[in-house]
Design a protein around this ligand. Sequence first.
Ligand code: GLU
Length: 273
Amino acid sequence: MEITRFAPSPNGSLHLGHAYAAIVAHDIAMARGGQFIVRLEDIDGARSRPELATEFAEDLAWLGLEWDAVPAQSTRLASYADAAERLRAAGVLYPCTCTRAEIAAAATVHGPEGPVYPGTCRGRSVDPTGAAWRLDVAKAMELAGPLSWEDELASIQRARPDLLGDVVLVRKDAPASYHLAATLDDAADGVTLVTRGRDLFAASHVHRLLQHLLDLPVPRWHHNPLLLDESGEKLAKRRGSTSLADRRKAGEDGAALAQALREQRFPAGISLG
Ligand code: GLU
């Protein structure tokens, strides 16, 4: 059975881009007689606003979607710690105490998600207390050998986790980074098709490697195109994209909006990238 997902982080209200991604994921599951699940990615301590869980559920229901809720990430911390321990035991994690500013100053390569970590702490002896833990991607790729993965829209990909460099898997302030938590959760939730926006395409290279290292089942992916604003930038709440909650509270018809998004009829100034 096909299982798709929508995994919002409660650090800001949902906007049209989220609605589009949720509708795509929902509709694929329904068309295939599958299941659509919603998971709250709420381990971003300082930025998480628990009250948004209710708002998100109201938004999705307003759009006319039905879903099965699975446990939020904050209830799964033990599984992240276990996986990190396995990766440490396999010798593919190292502690890192670099600050963002130090990384920005030392980085020479810019990857799909910004400066690529220049490997400053790799091979150094670093006090692990309070450190972040990074994936030694070269070592992990050597252990894994060549890997590939399949995106429904972009076809077969050779895994290139090196494009993102030695990503953080255990944060200084949280027991997992997005990469580790989402990969483990998609496996635990039985997700067969990882549905999300194209902005996370590069992350899937890393997730494929983690699946190998942690003996997890390998899903397929569907990275939907993003909704862009007038300046060609992806929609973002901080740039003032109207939230779904604001539209809902203003009395807009959610089912009609969902239908317009399905038919790619977007509000003025918004286009599909
Ligand atoms: N939690 C992420 C976000 O809200 C999405 C992660 C995913 O779909 O894998 O941007």
